[in-house]
Design a protein around this ligand. Structure first.
Ligand code: COA
Ligand code: NAP
Length: 273
């Protein structure tokens, strides 16, 4: 269930907004009256997301680009700006993940995640900046607990998302004078998402995740969307440069415990094959 916010007539861009958590964020903003634009690599996923979002009756645009390609990002965001005007809110959350030990990863495997999560976030920020409402825009990165909690099988994601959170803090300083606020949201385990399917691929691991959350439940896309709308609202007008876990308290202890279970399960799987 979404909290009540009114973003009527506002322009919200969600990069990586065609599935999972980010689509949930785009949907919540559209339900709250915003005109919404979403982007990701797959044209099919973009079309499907646009169809879903249009059901809420506001203007919806989509574009297919890879955040690793700065020219594609530039053209896509320009198109959004031409139709929807200055951006009130940008949510930047394109990401890739798979469990793998550092010693077993190729250079290209590590690079792929760093280039999508970190370099891609920089590309989106750089190319969104000219189109952000000044003053007044809210810029939000979707980060992850790996940014500040070490775990096995996630060296690539940890390196990339730690960089994303430092990008948040750097941009908060650089853009503060323009009246743009920049913050990160750190989702906990969100049920039904690709991220969860990759890091908790069995029923036993899913249960281990749920039990490791102090609130004893997985999150939902609406939990994250509510935090994004709060950060984008006037109520958060003095919140800038913050990294905000929205995770039922998972970062306090549960995340690291759960990732030990995943590492054990992964080791057992490797032994059996
Ligand atoms: N273990 C080890 N290496 C892996 C891997 C795994 N499970 N999955 C992919 N790789 C390696 C590939 O082998 C390749 O390296 P190589 O060229 O040395 O063989 C490298 O990663 C890039 O893979 P590729 O499939 O070509 O990359 P891509 O750009 O098409 O896709 C990924 C990027 C790999 C991150 C892909 O998983 C993806 O598109 N993810 C998006 C969805 C997602 O992860 N959602 C969850 C978000 S939390
Ligand atoms: P998801 O459904 O796979 O969402 C990822 C989105 O990014 C998709 O729209 C995907 O679409 C897009 N994308 C991936 N690579 C891209 C690229 N190179 N260029 C442009 N777009 C790209 O995953 P999710 O689990 O909901 O995760 C969403 C965000 O939440 C991520 O930032 C993730 O790190 C974070 N997070 C998730 C969890 C969780 O429990 N799921 C927990 C903590 C943090 P295409 O395939 O079409 O490109």
């Amino acid at each position: 269930m979404s909290a009540t916010f009114d973003f009527s007539g506002r322009t919200v861009v969600v990069v990586g907004g065609t599935s999972g958590i980010n689509l949930g964020i785009a949907d919540a903003f559209a339900r709250s009256g915003a005109n919404v634009a979403v982007a990701s690599r797959s044209p099919e996923k973009v079309d499907k997301a646009v169809d879903q979002l249009k059901a809420h009756g506001t203007t919806v645009l989509g574009a297919a680009f890879d955040v690793r390609d700065i020219d594609g990002v530039k053209t896509g965001l320009q198109t959004f700006h031409e139709t929807l005007g200055a951006f009130d809110v940008v949510v930047s959350g394109a990401a890739g993940n798979f469990p793998a030990y550092a010693k077993d990863m190729s250079s290209n495997a590590f690079r792929s995640v760093v280039e999508i999560d970190l370099l891609g976030s920089f590309h989106v920020a750089r190319e969104a900046y000219p189109h952000l409402k000044k003053p007044g825009a809210s810029y939000i990165h979707i980060s992850a607990p790996q940014a500040f909690l070490a775990s096995q099988l996630q060296s690539h994601v940890s390196a990339a998302k730690a960089g994303v959170d430092m990008l948040t803090r750097s941009l908060a300083l650089e853009w503060g004078g323009d009246g743009i606020r920049v913050n990160s949201i750190v989702p906990g385990p969100i049920a039904g998402t690709e991220g969860m399917a990759r890091l908790a691929p069995t029923p036993a691991l899913k249960d281990a995740v749920t039990n490791s959350v102090p609130l004893k439940r997985d999150g939902s896309p609406d939990d994250i969307a509510n935090a994004a709308m709060m950060l984008a609202s006037n109520a958060a007008g003095y919140i800038n440069g913050t990294v905000l876990p929205v995770d039922g308290g998972w970062h306090l202890a549960g995340y690291s415990a759960m990732m030990m279970s995943l590492a054990d399960a992964f080791a057992a799987l490797q032994k059996s094959t």
